[in-house]
Design a protein around this ligand. Structure first.
Ligand code: FE2
Ligand code: FE2
Length: 405
């Protein structure tokens, strides 16, 4: 049996949905799974794009067989060698022994690093901007180094103007019947999951994403087929995701708002953070999110820090250093290229320690605009702290009013 979909004329989705996975890259928590997309283009020569996780090899092969409908497979194109997309290449190459393995020099180098060179005779090497004619259609390969691995390339199909975009434009969440972005991207938490995927996995490489955009600038794109998440084939959806990617890759905030990230062992710093949030709300700030750093996978607050124009970090001392969950969060935040945001601090220094200094040191490489006086709580919120928190809220609310998005 099979689960294929004909998504465009003679273009089939032959991927799989993984709803059992708990962490993507064994790191990022998933609650609604992820799709490993793979596509089959039928023409005089039949071309398969990428493969899927090892747990789904059987379903994947069944899908390709169904889409081929008895025909031969001529090419297997590998746009990305991360194992969520390459664990079933061997099975496909073995099942279709006449298929050529299309990749660039780095694709084959990585293939041999992860596996071996037993398919060496079947390599079909392409270089940046090379074209491959497959009948009515021609594929143009465009290398996209570090979006987000070195060997990544995208492919542009000239007849129907399809961009096979590798991990770019991908998102978390398994596909649930509707694969067309038109019916998915404005529903539920899709945009939050797409942002979380981009910021945490590709985010650091914003400049490389911009380089790719320059390389494909001028190409008319009528469909985007990514390796995860829905496919984009109407103008409105394509424009929507393109606009998001322009902001994300240039590190421009999407919305005016404040992300308050705190740590709190016994609730006092949480109380201070709540008081700050209440003050901000009373001053008319509409978008405020609070994250207890111990309660969340860091990928969630990291995505919201990129989303909003402003952030407040509330670190606490632990063994005279910085509470380690905040330490890890701030380091990873900087690692995602966080910059161009306005930030403030609320610190519970209790009986001593360097959490505030360490937090600032970690954030040093990011280009940030600091506003307001650092609020310092001594174990619990006191009367004098209320005025300091109110003052900080005033400074932030005023700054938000003057922020252009
Ligand atoms: Fe990847
Ligand atoms: Fe991927």
């Amino acid at each position: 049996m099979h689960t294929i979909r004909e998504i465009l004329d003679n273009v089939y989705w032959v991927g799989v949905n993984d709803r059992r996975i708990e962490r993507f890259e064994n790191l990022f928590e998933l609650d609604k799974g992820v799709a490993y997309n793979s596509y089959l283009v039928r023409d005089e020569k039949n071309v398969l794009f990428d493969s899927v996780d090892a747990a789904f090899t059987r379903n994947y092969i069944q899908n390709i067989e169904a889409a081929l409908d008895g025909e031969e497979l001529d090419y297997i194109v590998v746009l990305h060698m991360e194992p969520d997309h390459c664990r079933s290449i061997e099975a496909a190459l073995t099942r279709w022994p006449n298929a050529k393995f299309v990749g660039n020099a780095k694709t084959f180098k990585f293939y041999e690093q992860f596996y071996d060179d037993r398919f060496k005779d079947r390599y079909y090497e392409v270089k940046d901007m090379d074209e491959l004619n497959i009948g009515e259609r021609t594929l143009k390969f465009v290398t996209a180094p570090m979006v987000h691995w070195p060997e990544v390339m995208v492919a542009y199909e000239l007849k129907d103007k399809i961009l096979f975009s590798a991990d770019a434009f991908g998102s978390f969440n398994a596909l649930n019947g509707n694969i067309d972005a038109k019916y998915v991207i404005h529903k539920g938490d899709w945009i939050d999951q797409a942002r979380r995927y981009y910021i945490n996995i590709v985010g650091k490489f914003g400049n490389m994403v911009q380089n790719l955009f320059k390389k494909v600038d001028g190409l008319e794109i009528k469909a985007i087929l990514a390796l995860h998440g829905p496919i984009f084939k109407d103008e409105e959806s394509i424009n929507f995701i393109m606009e998001k990617y322009q902001r994300w890759s240039k590190f421009i905030p999407e919305e005016k708002g404040v992300a308050i990230i705190y740590c709190s062992m016994y609730g006092d710093t949480e109380q201070a953070s709540d008081i700050l949030a209440n003050n901000l709300a009373d001053l008319g700030v509409e978008d405020i999110v609070l994250y207890d750093i111990s309660a969340w996978d860091p990928s969630f607050p990291i995505a919201d820090c990129h989303r909003y124009s402003h952030a407040v970090f509330a670190p606490i001392n632990y063994n005279s250093g910085l509470y380690y969950k905040m330490d890890a969060f701030l380091r990873e935040l900087v690692g995602t290229g966080y910059q161009n945001r306005t930030v403030s601090f609320l610190n519970n220094w209790s009986w001593g320690g360097k959490s505030l200094e360490i937090s600032k040191e970690i954030l040093e490489p990011a280009k940030l605009n600091y506003i307001g006086e650092d609020v310092k709580i001594n174990s619990s919120v006191k009367e004098e702290n209320l005025a300091q928190i109110a003052e900080l809220a005033k400074v932030i609310a005023e700054d938000i009013k003057n922020t252009e998005i």
